[in-house]
Structures are given as structure tokens and as C-alpha cells.
Design a protein around this ligand. Structure first.
Ligand code: FAD
Ligand code: NAP
Length: 314
């Protein structure tokens, strides 16, 4: 029986693992389907993690986190969890993709979110052949070339800035005439000569040949269109909540979620089901910041320590 099962190994899961193990829990497993680090590892630059100055990539930021946790005894199982269910005794059954089932006294769900597709013609067909959701991973392929970025949030604008340093030109395509990104980021974009803002425009179709993308057609509000002759399209239009592990066989949720599928928690990261905690981007009102996800993970783990102690001494 595990003291605590942590599902997901991004900033929230890793910090939960650090605090749970350093706080004295002996048998804590973090289930992370890939390499620990989470979605920030796909970001080219993070400049708002407190105490970390200078230009640093998400990958560099997250690199030391797993080692720090493992030193205190956190175990990492590199496997996806498919379901978490409550037993009649009030413990939790963790069903893994490899068919194994583990049991835990408590669970912290930290499965985060994944990038959305914008839904325009050709996007899925050419995904990985010119259409991407990761500038750090794919930007280099377009060194000295022109690319388009879709979206008007922090991610789109920050990644447009990153790409502007590699590519000869970046078309920033946004469906409105106002960005929702932070004002300082908007200012940086406006001051970058090789970023052209293509506003009030939606991607209509990305097209290509056997080699990959050759162009993007955008449609404006007034019904006109424009063809951008580019080999790369980067889509940054938000994220889906990774809540599938909470879905039960009968269609109900293990704990309460809101209309958007975000997990409802209190200030202690407690969900509506005793013993189940949620931390990071999948919770309600998540600021979607590394520092906040890490803070959530710490909060949840501190609660779990008390919860497990009470269970074991009941
Ligand atoms: P995630 O980081 O999403 O981690 C969740 C983890 O759970 C993933 O590793 C996933 O593989 C794993 N997982 C999911 N489902 C399962 C399952 N069923 N079984 C096992 N494992 C599973 N924030 C900032 O503070 N500053 C920034 O500058 C910044 N820039 C960003 C740039 C980009 C391009 C992006 C995409 C995000 C950026 N963010 C930034 C936001 C930040 O990355 C997130 O807020 C943060 O990573 C959320 O952490 P998390 O642990 O909640 O979730
Ligand atoms: P986001 O804030 O949800 O922005 C998504 C953008 O994509 C919006 O501009 C939206 O347009 C547009 N969009 C959505 N669907 C579209 C579609 N189908 N076609 C075309 N455009 C579409 O997502 P995000 O930028 O990934 O940010 C997610 C969260 O992480 C935010 O809370 C953000 O603040 C945070 N974040 C923070 C930082 C930072 O602090 N440095 C960096 C990255 C991310 P509308 O504006 O019209 O809705």
C-alpha cells in the first residue's frame, strides 16, 4: 500500500513528491508517463520563476527537480495511469497503462493540461510536417525562414519572440485585434521588427506537398484572404485539461469538476473526495504558472502528510 500516489510529474507533481517524501512519507510513487518536467520543458524561455535570473529554457529550469526529489526517496514509475478509483475501504486503486494495479492511501492528481489544436483545414494532416506546438523543439528547422504563429495569448507571443530570433520573419496571426498576453510581452512583440501582426484573421487552411507545409491561407473578418508562403506554422491556442484518470466506469467523476473539466479544490488543494487532492494546471482558477503549480504541489503534499498520519493512526 502506497502512502501517496502522485499522478503526473510536472512542476506540481515533482514539488508534491519533494514535500511528501521530505515530510516523512515513506512510500510515495510519482507516475509520469514521460520524462519528468511537464509542459514547461517545451518552452524556450522562462523569465518569471523567482530567483532564477538570466535567460533560461524550461528544460534547463526543470532538469534538477527530479534528482532533488529522488534524494528524499520519491520513486518514479514511467507509466501512464489510466484510472483512479476509490475502494469501499476508502483507499485508492491506481490502474496503470501496463495493466498493473497499485493501491494507495491518498492521491495527488497533477496531470496538467495539453496544447489544443486550432481546428483549421490541414492542421492535423500536416502536424509534425510543418505544423507544430513547440517552438523550442522545432524552431531551429526554420532558421532564416519565415513562419506563422497562431494565437494571441502569452504562449503565442512569447514563442513568436523566440522564433523571431531564429527565423527571418514571424507572422503573428490572431483572430481579434487585441492580444490577451501580458502588456510587457505585447510591447516586446510590437517593438520587434521582424514580427508582423496579422490581426482579425483566422487560419483557413495550411497546405503543402510531400516535403511538408508550403503555405498558410488566412481569412479576415471582411471576407478577404491572404496566402503566407511559409514552411512552418506554430499553433498556440490554449490547452485541454488532462482529467481522464478521474472519469469512472459509470461516467461519473471521482471528485467534483466544473463545466470545463477543471478539478474543484479548496485552498488546501482538497477535492470533494477525502484523500484525493489536485494541484497545478488542472485545478479551478489555476494561474497556469510554474511557480503556482509548484506551490499547489507543496500545499497538497503537506495536507496529505496529515491525512495519511490520521488514517494510519485511526
Ligand atoms: P504539467 O506541466 O502539464 O505536467 C503534467 C504532467 O503530467 C506531464 O508531464 C504529463 O506527461 C503527465 N501526465 C498527464 N497525464 C498523465 C497520466 N495519465 N499518467 C501519467 N502522467 C501523466 N509558466 C510560467 O510560470 N512561466 C512561463 O514563462 C511559462 N511559459 C510557458 C510556455 C509554454 C510554451 C507553455 C506550454 C506553458 C508555459 N507556462 C509558463 C505554464 C507552465 O508550464 C504550467 O503552468 C506548468 O507546467 C503546470 O504544471 P503542472 O505540473 O500542473 O502540469
Ligand atoms: P490562452 O491564454 O488561452 O490563449 C489562447 C489564444 O489562442 C487566445 O488568444 C485565443 O484567442 C486564441 N485561440 C483559441 N482558440 C483558437 C482557434 N481555434 N483559432 C485561433 N485562435 C484561437 O493560452 P496560452 O497562451 O497557452 O496560455 C495559457 C495560460 O498559461 C494562460 O493563463 C497564460 O497566462 C499562461 N502562460 C503564462 C506565461 C507567462 O506568464 N510568461 C507564458 C505562457 C503561458 P482569444 O484571445 O480571441 O480568445
Amino acid at each position: 500500500m502506497l502512502d501517496c500516489a502522485i499522478i503526473g510529474g510536472g512542476p506540481a507533481g515533482l514539488t508534491a513528491g519533494l514535500y511528501a517524501t521530505r515530510g516523512g512519507l515513506k512510500n510515495v510513487v510519482m507516475y509520469e508517463q514521460g520524462m519528468p518536467g511537464g509542459q514547461i520543458t517545451g518552452s524556450s524561455e522562462i523569465e518569471n520563476y523567482p530567483g532564477v535570473t538570466g535567460e533560461i529554457s524550461g528544460m534547463d529550469l526543470m532538469m534538477p527537480w527530479p534528482e532533488q526529489c529522488m534524494r528524499f526517496g520519491l520513486k518514479h514509475e514511467m507509466v501512464a495511469v489510466t484510472n483512479v478509483a476509490r475502494t469501499p475501504e476508502g483507499t485508492f486503486r491506481i490502474t496503470r497503462e501496463d495493466g498493473k494495479i497499485d493501491e494507495a492511501l491518498s492521491v495527488i492528481v497533477c496531470t496538467g493540461s495539453t496544447p489544443k489544436r486550432a481546428g483549421f483545414k490541414g492542421e492535423d494532416l500536416l502536424f509534425g510536417r510543418g505544423v507544430s506546438t513547440c517552438a523550442t523543439c522545432d524552431g531551429f528547422f526554420y532558421k532564416g525562414k519565415e513562419v506563422a504563429v497562431i494565437g494571441g495569448g502569452d504562449t503565442a507571443l512569447e514563442e513568436a519572440l523566440y522564433l523571431s530570433k531564429i527565423c527571418s520573419k514571424v507572422y503573428l496571426v490572431h483572430r481579434r485585434d487585441r492580444f490577451r498576453a501580458a502588456p510587457s510581452t505585447i510591447e516586446r512583440v510590437s517593438n520587434t521588427a521582424n514580427i508582423e501582426q496579422v490581426l482579425d484573421a483566422v487560419p483557413d487552411e495550411v497546405y503543402g506537398d510531400a516535403m511538408g507545409v508550403t503555405g498558410l491561407r488566412v481569412a479576415f473578418r471582411d471576407g478577404t484572404t491572404r496566402d503566407l508562403e511559409i514552411p512552418g506554422v506554430f499553433v498556440f491556442v490554449g490547452h485541454n485539461v488532462n482529467n481522464a484518470v478521474l472519469k469512472q466506469e459509470d461516467g461519473s467523476w471521482l471528485c467534483d469538476v466544473n463545466d470545463w473539466g477543471q478539478v474543484i479544490v479548496d485552498l488546501s488543494m482538497r477535492t470533494s473526495t477525502p484523500g484525493v487532492f489536485a494541484a497545478g494546471d488542472l485545478r479551478i482558477e489555476a494561474p497556469k504558472q510554474v511557480v503556482c503549480a509548484a506551490g499547489d504541489g507543496a500545499t497538497a503534499a503537506l495536507q496529505v502528510i496529515t491525512y495519511v498520519d490520521e488514517k494510519q493512526n485511526a
